[in-house]
Design a protein around this ligand. Structure first.
Ligand code: OAD
Length: 233
């Protein structure tokens, strides 16, 4: 079987593109309360406020470009036969950079789902003309097609991520605090099955203790260093 390589990415990989992370300095969860903005209960109570927050984030993300770290992962996909990205990010920057094999564990901020007819589709309008936005098919209330706290992850994405983690030989963990599960488990599963774990993160995280190689740098510099050393990039 072909050797399998994986990267798990989190908000930190998009930080150098100007998108705020959730935890740590300047993190969104310092300024906002997740239970008021990122739970089904919060949305049921006040869809307008939740959508205003998503509209603000969508505007930031619409102006962001992939950075060198996203682009290096595209190159890695082109050079390695069997390389996948598992991302917790909803910004779509891996795909914008050109990566094809991307598994989105927490959904995508450009997708919406209708609470009435269940239609799911892409909606790129920024800023939104109407908040909360309405379904183009039935006029029902739309929600962002992202995973909120207390919700299950998309089953296909999760199953595939577990399977890949069990079978990979090298697992790059880039820009995630590892605080949110089940994504945070994936490096532990890989480690248990004998994979080498490489962490690229300026800060210590929940994953640092099991990492075989730790690169305490931002994603762009850290990935450049690692790839130059290990793969002669
Ligand atoms: P966090 O905000 O929890 O963690 C971001 C990580 O990126 C931290 O460990 C930082 O040290 C690191 N970091 C910051 N700048 C960096 C840089 N330039 N290069 C590399 N690393 C950098 O973000 P996630 O781990 O992605 O979920 O958070 C996981 C989930 O929690 C998110 O998907 C979101 C959030 O609540 C949902 O909304 C369901």
């Amino acid at each position: 079987m072909k050797e399998l390589f994986l990267a798990l990415t989190g908000a930190g990989i998009s930080a150098e593109s100007g998108i705020p992370t959730f935890r740590g300095e300047g993190g969104l969860w310092k300024q906002f309360r997740p239970e008021e903005l990122a739970t089904p209960k919060a949305f049921a109570k006040d869809p307008k406020s939740v959508w205003e927050w998503y509209d603000w984030r969508r505007r930031i993300i619409s102006k962001a470009e992939p950075n060198r770290a996203h682009l290096l992962l595209v190159e890695l996909e082109q050079r390695l036969e069997n390389f996948f990205i598992i991302t917790q990010n909803v910004d779509g920057l891996h795909q914008k950079a050109g990566s094809k094999k991307v598994i989105e564990l927490h959904g995508n901020i450009w997708r919406v789902r209708c609470l009435s007819c269940r239609a799911e589709y892409e909606l790129y309008e920024t800023p939104l003309k109407e908040i909360p936005p309405r379904c183009r098919y039935c006029g029902g209330l739309l929600r962002p097609a992202v995973v909120w706290f207390g919700e299950s992850l998309p089953e296909d994405a999760l199953t595939k991520s577990f399977e890949l983690s069990q079978n990979c030989s090298l697992f790059l963990v880039i820009g995630t605090s590892g605080m949110v599960y089940p994504a945070g488990y994936l490096p532990f599963i890989a480690k248990q099955r004998g994979a080498k774990i490489v962490e690229i993160n300026p800060e210590r995280t929940a994953i640092s203790d099991i990492a075989d190689i730790v690169i305490r740098e931002k994603a762009t510099k850290g990935l450049e260093q690692f790839l130059a050393k290990m793969l002669n990039f």
